[in-house]
Design a binder for this molecule. Structure first.
Ligand code: GLN
Length: 484
């Protein structure tokens, strides 16, 4: 039995039946981390001592027959832009290299109260800006399927650890695709919930109106379990929404729309084929699938690359050496701030701050930021209208499978294009999931993305479980067999 290949519910049942102990599972995932880290560099920190201790406490709870929850003793890794008390939260930036969190993010409090074992902090693109983890100040993460390829980003570390089994699941954050795109590149499930359903308190902000925390897991069922453990209204987050679940069909009556614009040029044949394969399975299952058009999705990238940098320029102003961040010497306080920001931030982050500051400046505000906001509302409306006709939308998660290191670093536009399919869901605030479907000619993972109306997260997850079964593609077994 390969423990890291088991689902959360399987592990949990083995714990309850006293056939397996949390400390044994932790030991196994730690061994996987020891074997894989030198190749893939997915963690920035492993919490070996603390996690061993936590897993033993969990052992005792099961021995007494009173675990804290169904995820008690499950080893989970956390993206290093989420605050975990008394540990560094670096955001893979030199700026925060010495920052230690004085508090837990709300998602961490929830998982802690449920008895989860935190395995460590995972690598990301600096401040979650990027699509390949090549922007990490501490070096990139490699794709476990082939280390010459990127794992995606910005939650590349969180996707890679689940893929190699150095954690059973992980948390990532998704502003424009950072959960789904790396999940897709690493052959695992990534779920971005409806905006506001999971608290952002304790997540270091990149673009506050787009950021959302979510799970990266081996299966849709695991994503559902983890999502249910972290969701819920939080008074500490002003954008957190009160729970009011909307249900849509999850059976044969579910109607699916294929987004025409995400099956056209710019999308590789390999990626399209996975969608076509899934559509065929859905039709055989009795579901109705129709083509739908969302013309504004073509503008999503341009809108995102105004709104996200604008919000980032405001959010990152706190890293000035006074409030937060390393402090570089300077003759005056302004010089100190200038030196701190010049030294602390990497190239991509600086580029976005400049772009955002420009877009927000008095003379250009209406022409750029104001227009982008209007276009964002129009996209949201388009989604609302289309969801009057269909229950779910299907598309590839990414235009291509994982690309090679360096392939897109010279051309930022090409890099940005890898989020073509994922960004619309963030702009509209709707839930979206990436489900692995198969392998490319080069044996790299491929997947499809499914989106649904705001607040229908539970239905989306349920329907995704059906699709996962119809596909019958178990990416984990393949990978673990290969690594032996
Ligand atoms: N890759 C996108 C960007 O660079 C999205 C990042 C994210 O979702 N955090 O902004």
């Amino acid at each position: 039995m390969n423990i890291a290949n088991l689902s959360i519910s399987e592990i949990s049942n083995l714990y309850k039946n006293k056939e397996l102990k949390p400390s044994e599972v932790y030991k196994e995932v730690f061994t996987n981390a020891s074997l894989s880290e030198s190749i893939i560099h997915a963690h920035l920190k492993l919490f070996q001592d603390e996690a061993t201790e936590a897993s033993k406490l969990s052992d005792e709870r099961y021995a007494k027959g009173n675990p804290l929850s169904d995820i008690d003793g499950i080893p989970i890794a956390i993206k290093d832009n989420i605050n975990l008390k008394n540990h560094e939260t670096t955001c893979s930036s030199k700026m925060l290299s010495n920052y230690v969190s004085p508090y837990d993010a709300t998602v961490i409090t929830k998982l802690r109260n449920n008895g989860v074992v935190f395995t460590g902090k995972t690598n990301l693109d600096e401040f979650a800006m990027g699509s390949s983890t090549e922007n990490s100040a501490f070096g990139p993460t490699k794709n476990p399927w082939n280390p010459e390829h990127v794992p995606g980003g910005s939650s590349g570390g969180s996707a890679a650890v689940v893929s190699v089994g150095s954690a059973i699941a992980s948390l990532g954050s998704d502003t424009g695709g950072s959960i789904r795109q790396p999940a897709s590149f690493c052959g695992v499930v990534g779920f971005k919930p409806t905006y506001g359903t999971v608290s952002r308190y304790g997540l270091v902000a990149f673009a506050s109106s787009l950021d959302q925390i979510g799970p990266i897991t081996n299966s849709v069922e695991d994503a559902k379990i983890l999502y249910n453990s972290i969701k819920g209204h939080d008074p500490l987050d002003a954008t957190s929404i009160k729970e009011s679940t909307v249900e849509i069909p999850t059976d044969k009556n579910a109607k699916i729309g294929v987004i025409k614009e995400l099956m056209e040029e710019g999308i590789s044949d390999e990626s399209k084929k996975e969608v076509e394969k899934t559509i065929k399975l859905l039709e055989e299952n009795g579901n109705k699938v129709v083509e739908v058009s969302l013309p504004l999705t073509k503008m999503a990238l341009s809108i995102y690359y105004l709104i996200a940098p604008a919000e980032c320029s405001a959010n990152l102003s706190r890293f000035d050496g006074v409030r937060y961040g390393i402090r570089e010497a300077g003759a005056t306080s302004y010089e100190m701030m200038e030196n701190t920001r010049a030294e602390g931030f990497g190239e991509e982050v600086k580029k976005r701050i400049l772009l955002g500051t420009y877009a927000l400046s008095a003379g250009y505000y209406d022409a750029y930021y104001g227009q982008a906001l209007k276009a964002r509302s129009a996209i949201t409306k388009d989604f609302e209208n289309i969801f009057k006709e269909v229950d779910y939308l299907i598309s590839p998660t990414t235009p291509t499978p994982a690309f090679k290191f360096g392939e897109k670093t010279e051309n930022p536009l090409e890099m940005y294009m890898s989020d073509l399919c994922t960004i619309p869901a963030n702009l509209a605030g709707i839930p979206a999931i990436s489900i692995p479907t198969g392998l490319s000619k080069e044996d790299m993972p491929l997947s499809i993305q499914l989106m649904s109306p705001a607040r229908t997260d539970s239905s989306l997850l349920e329907f995704s479980e059906t699709i996962e079964k119809l596909l019958g593609f178990n990416q984990r077994t393949l990978l673990l067999e290969d690594m032996k």
